[in-house]
Design a protein around this ligand. Structure first.
Ligand code: GLU
Length: 303
């Protein structure tokens, strides 16, 4: 398969979408990002790397971080994680409060904000220094110690994070989080602020692609747990657009409001794409289109 040629052809085809949508601006630091950027990287399980355009530019991974947080949590707590958070698609926006109230403080899944805030709380309770453990795990996944939090993005989100603060307060009211609200929110925002490039993300997600039991920085997942993590990505990775992503792309994956998307073709490749302009659901327009064209051109999707 000539993946390099496919990536280059895809880019030509998605150019008509280049000015559609706009970048997330509810986090002031993200509003400053130049929206007209695009990068893509595909890494195969045998270690071949194909990349195109700004695949080495780091960006704010935002909700993609929730996959790393869940992986750590599954390693620490196993199936007990599911006592605190569900694993059903939400069908609501990533930051919705409505469902959380109706369902009495148990978030639908770990990839909507409410669920990820609970995961942040679990990590804070389990670990003495959750911030350094988390970044250590991510660094170990991609074998790169330069990966880091962006303090400015985290602080900027904290200053305007009224909705996430409301979610955390509701969770605390229902007794779903144990730690101090401020501490949990700040750790959640820090995890979202991590910056990585498409090449680094494709590499990090290889751990969830090749189905080998893993041990990164002491966090272990069995093949069976990796399979389940993929299942949650498939059903819950794209907020209220998880069905659309399954339909158009047909791969498990996770998006973030920084414009990044990572997807996995199990046992074959991981692919990361980034372009900051988002659709109304918070997913990258060029990113989704690129992945749709990739699985159409390669005929490689799980369906
Ligand atoms: N930090 C973002 C928020 O909580 C993450 C959302 C996302 O990437 O979907 O709003």
């Amino acid at each position: 398969m000539d993946y390099q040629q496919i990536l280059e052809d895809i880019y030509k085809e998605i150019l008509p979408f280049a000015k559609k949508g706009s970048q997330a601006d509810y986090i002031p630091a993200l509003a400053k990002v130049n929206p007209d950027q695009f990068g893509m990287c595909l890494e195969t399980v045998s270690g071949e790397v194909y990349h195109f355009m700004q695949s080495d530019t780091r960006f704010s991974i935002q909700s993609i971080t929730k996959v790393f947080a869940l992986a750590m949590c599954l390693s620490l707590k196993g199936e007990d994680v599911w006592k605190r958070v569900g694993k059903e698609p939400s069908g609501t926006a990533f930051n919705s409060l409505v469902q959380l109230e109706v369902e009495k403080g148990i978030p639908r899944n770990p990839f909507i904000n409410a669920g990820a805030i609970v995961i942040a709380d679990i990590l804070l309770s389990e670990l003495e220094d959750a911030e350094s453990e988390f970044i250590g795990f991510v660094r170990s996944l991609c074998g790169n110690d330069e990966i880091d939090y962006n303090e400015e993005v985290a602080q900027s989100e904290r200053q305007c994070g009224y909705l996430n603060a409301a979610i955390a307060n509701l969770l605390k009211y229902y007794g779903t989080i144990e730690n101090d609200i401020e501490k949990v929110l700040m750790f959640y925002f820090k995890m979202c602020s991590v910056e990585m490039s498409c090449r680094e993300l494709a590499k990090a997600f290889m751990a969830f692609t090749n189905r080998q039991p893993f041990d990164y920085a002491g966090y272990k997942l069995s093949t069976s747990r990796i399979k389940r993590l993929n299942a949650v990505m498939q059903t819950c990775g794209f907020y209220d657009e998880a069905g659309e992503f399954s339909y158009l792309v047909g791969l498990p994956g996770k998006s973030g409001v920084g414009g990044g998307i990572v997807a996995i073709y199990p046992m074959r490749y991981s692919v990361a794409v980034w372009s900051p302009r988002l659709n109304s659901k918070g997913n990258s327009i060029m990113g989704m289109k690129a992945l749709e064209l990739l699985t159409t051109a390669t005929q490689e999707s799980i369906f």
